[in-house]
Every structure is written in structure tokens, then in C-alpha cells.
Design a protein around this ligand. Sequence first.
Ligand SMILES: [Zn+2]
Length: 331
Amino acid sequence: MTAGRDDLELTEVGPYIWALRLPIPWEDGHVNSFLLPDGKAVDVVDCGMKAEDSLELIHAAVARLGGPGGHVRRLVVTHIHPDHYGGAGELTRRSGAELYLHRLEVPMVHPRYMEIDQLVEEVGRYLLVHGVPEQEANFMKNASRGLRDFVTPAEPALPLEGTELLQLGKRRLRVEWTPGHSPGHVCLYDVDAGFLFSGDQLLPESSPNIGLHPQSTPNPLDDYLRGLARIVELAPALVLPAHGLPFADAAGRVEQMVDHHRRRKLGMLELLSNGEMNGWQVATAVWGMRSNLIDMRMALQEGLAHLQSLSVEGRVEKRASPAAVTWRRSS
Ligand SMILES: [Zn+2]
């Protein structure tokens, strides 16, 4: 039914490595899924969201690469955001594929995509404590409810920790744990060809959202920057990102990201010269007030990640009570 469809955007990006572009309603409209065939068995890195047209594209690509009897054998998901993980439930159910996912992502699935009321309340309190006005906080805390439509959860056959060597297709991939964008985000490093499947950690066109929030690690920006340093150490020959086209100069792109965050932190320090502020005041000063409150929630969380990093360095004081958290320059 689908094997012959001609709208497949399936590109060979390395030996036995294929990139499949899948549609999503965010970013630049596409996420890359990577397919690694070995005979009839096809292993997959990231699977797009739960949507029939997206899942059909994967099945068509698997049929093309694996031939008659071609099937998905293993699915590795870099992190549980809907565009990477959303299709996992359907894909593993239909194909019997094994799911591999970092273990720090696993406990986030239930509160985020199944019974979400508790997390919504927690986020609501968090927004108020960081200075979001009540009306906006009420809207913003519910902003993620719709994401459930794009996800069917799946349990991992093997929870990952990092450093595992996985056989995917004909390639040997080492799991590199790179927290920050999400607590259990992983990259996969092809130890023979030097290719890096970077997920959202390193992208050619955009900077991934690094936010401090109730499900994040407690200092996500510095976690993220350590992950970037690890990538420089690996010195990959080619980066295969989840969004956009493959690129070669990993170190150059890392330098741009590091510089972006360093300047952002300096800007916030500057801002705090005017006195004590809460996270919402900082975010609206840095990014401006946007009509899209979902963007504002991301901006607040991203701003808090920078403030937290400044506080860990001792350049900012974080004053906290159950009612409010505020930030001021260290004297
Ligand atoms: Zn993501």
C-alpha cells in the first residue's frame, strides 16, 4: 500500500544510514528520523510524532530499505519530546520493535502524557512563584495538554544510562548522555565512522530550548554546555541533527552556541544591575512580551536556566521562599 509512495524524502547520509524527513507542526516543519538497515531488519533513531501520515512514511521507508518482510527491529529515542518519541507506542506495537530510551526520561512520561493534572498544578505553582501574573499562569500551566494528542507512550525494553554500545543496522553506536534540553537526552556516536546523531543537542539552524522547570535537571544550562564540550572532544566527522541538514563543523557550531549563552548570561547580569527581579520580569525584559503565552513559558524557563547557572557560579543571589523566588546581583 505504502511501499511505492513517491513522496518519501529518504536520503542516504552515510554508509547504511538513511535520513527520513517527517512532518511536524513545529520547528521548521520537519523532524529527521534515521533508518539503519541490516537485511530485512531496520533500526530507527527517533520516530516522529503520533500521526497516521508520519507513521505511514516510516513504514514505507522500512519497506523500501528492508524489502519484502522488512520490519523495524530497534527504536532508539533521543528524548521524549513529541516530535521524537510521539510515534513510539504505535511503532513498537505494530512492529514488535524494542524501544531504547534513557532512564531519566522514563519517569517523565506518565505525568506528562498520561495523568497530567498533578504536573499541571505543579507547573502552575512554579509559574506563580517565579512572578507570572495569575491569569497568564492559569493559561500557561495548561499549555502542554494538547501535546498528548501527538504521543502514544511506550515502555523501553532497555533503559539507557549512557556509554552503552548498541548495534543499530550495520553500525556500532555509543550512547552519549547529554542532559539539558531534556534530563535524559542522548546523542549516538558511530564509533567507526565518527558520525554523531545529535538529536536536539546540536542543530544547524536553531538553539534548542534549555529550560529550568519542575521536570528539568536542577542546572540544565551547565549540563547542556558540558554535553557540548563532550561533542567537541568526540570531534565527529559529521553531525546528523534531528532538525535541518547534516553538517561537518561541530566545533564551530558548538562555539556559536557557547557564545550565545555566555552573552545571554552577561545581558541578564547587566539587567540585574537595576535591582532585584523575578524570573518573569527578566524574561519579559530579555524577550519582550509576546502574544503567544506558550512562547512566553519557554522564554521564562530558558531565562531561569540562565539565572540558575549565574547563581551556581555565585554571580547572582537566588532568594527563595514558598511565595516567591527572586534574583539579584551578588555584591
Ligand atoms: Zn526536543
